[in-house]
Design a protein around this ligand. Sequence first.
Ligand code: AMP
Length: 272
Amino acid sequence: MRAKAEDLRRDGKKIAVVPTMGALHEGHLALVRHARARADVVILTIFVNPTQFGPKEDLSRYPRDEEGDLVKARPAGIDLAFCPSAEAMYPPGAQTFVEVRELQKPLCGASRPGHFAGVASVVTKLFHITKPHLAVFGEKDYQQLAIIRRMTRDLDFGIEIQGVPIVREADGLALSSRNAYLSPEQRLAALSLSKGLAAAEAAYKGGERDAKALVAAARAPLAAEPLARIDYVELRDADELSELERADQKAVLAIAAFVGTTRLIDNRVLGG
Ligand code: AMP
């Protein structure tokens, strides 16, 4: 892959990379289409990265369908797919990790220790292997996007990072590979995340700026849903992810909740 990327660069091609863990859905395909419109060569990576899963998380049962993924990705506009094995990515003795010290602490970083070090490190490796000019990520994983932007800037990767808005089902549920784990009842219960965000946004549009009130509006549908268990609901500064008492500046309202054993995330940017 690295040799191929070097050839493409030598030929003056603009390379875009779309990193994923596979089990592709329309959210992933939106990233591919975004990349397609902005580069000569689009590389899709599919790698279920073991270092970003905790010991009690769903690594072994994470949905995998490489052939089906390629069937979906080709018409969306990929030129190359890079699907390495875990052994190829982490040879014995691998011990170097990238950490974005502050941005990795709150929200998902607090509930998933080590997760973002795994993400930042594997994305660094994928960048070095695919040598992109442009890399495309979803705003669905808001903290991840913030971390990758900061890492790219701090470490002078010289890669443009672009975010793509969250793709949702018609009823509001954010698309996620993990939605495949949900039973029909759980699928309905999962709507409480997007309902919470919609309620908070309605309050915001009505002039509410107090963080506690916005968070309370977002929590209500989750608290009323017996199949859902809140991990966090927080209002944070959109760039620094620092705590806010008021949404007077651009802010992100971020939710993580368990529905059954499935952990789902969603977010909405307010203002800015
Ligand atoms: P994943 O395969 O879950 O690691 O996701 C790969 C990329 O797709 C990440 O940049 C995600 O943010 C993005 N992504 C996942 N779901 C969505 C969605 N519903 N809308 C937009 N982007 C998404």
